[in-house]
Design a protein around this ligand. Structure first.
Ligand SMILES: [Mg+2]
Length: 239
């Protein structure tokens, strides 16, 4: 069983988010005073905070999206009304949607792995949203199992979400591998649950700690990426 994270592992959130922020930046002088990198980092932090509140049931998806605009523009020194936050978040959302795509090489990799393994997603997000993304970028046909923090009530790196995924897949930890871009959520989380890990290190960052993991920087060439992932599996599940 090969488990993947979705955002920025298979689904190219970063590219879509940057395109959407670039569009807002063109329209609003307060954002033009800041770099796109600052904007991306500020938005990502707001997304993370909002996600935790959303998962705790303390806000709705729409309020959360608008709240991110209040937060990001506020950080750039511009106070905006609730109505303006909704309008700006709609622009962000439209440009984001127009720029959605899979991480290059992801479909080829999944196609290759799926000849030999089942594929699952373990993601910190809402189920409906993640299902929608998989469908729109054409990866849904490769996915046998989707596990989200919304379904399980716990988020990566909590080992309970990995335990849930293993149970749902009917495999033991040594017969599964987790592949993801987040060192803490995906790599540390999987290792804490006894599952081997592959770090998708797109930015070629140094290994944060000397632990035994596989590393892949690109999904192409397919065979090289597939070999690294399969190298972390103990072998076929006896069933
Ligand atoms: Mg991710």
């Amino acid at each position: 069983m090969v488990f993947f994270d979705l955002d920025d592992t298979l689904y190219d959130h970063r590219t879509a988010s940057r395109a959407a922020l670039r569009a807002l930046r063109e329209e609003h002088p307060s954002l033009r005073r800041r770099s796109l990198e600052w904007l991306y980092a500020t938005y990502a932090t707001a997304l993370e905070t909002g996600h935790r509140r959303l998962m705790a049931g303390r806000t709705t998806p729409a309020a959360s999206r608008a709240g991110r605009m209040v937060e990001v523009f506020g950080a750039a020194g511009e106070e905006i009304s609730a109505r303006e936050a909704v309008r700006r978040s709609a622009i962000y959302h439209a440009v984001y949607r127009a720029n959605e795509r899979a991480v290059p090489g992801a479909a080829g990799l999944l196609g290759s792995l799926r000849r030999r393994h089942r594929i699952g997603i373990v993601s910190n997000n809402r189920t409906r949203e993640q299902r929608g993304k998989l469908g729109r970028i054409g990866l849904a046909p490769y996915i046998d199992l989707l596990v989200t923090s919304e379904m399980t009530g716990c988020s990566k790196p909590d080992p309970r979400i990995f335990a849930y995924a293993l149970r749902a897949a009917g495999v033991s930890a040594p017969h599964a591998v987790m592949v993801g871009d987040s060192w803490v959520a995906d790599v540390r989380g999987a290792l804490a649950a006894g599952v081997g890990a592959v770090w998708f290190n797109r930015d070629r960052r140094p290994l944060p700690e000397p632990v035994d993991v596989g590393c892949v920087e690109r999904w192409r060439p397919t065979e090289r990426a597939a070999t690294t992932i399969e190298g972390r599996l103990a072998g076929p599940n006896p069933s």
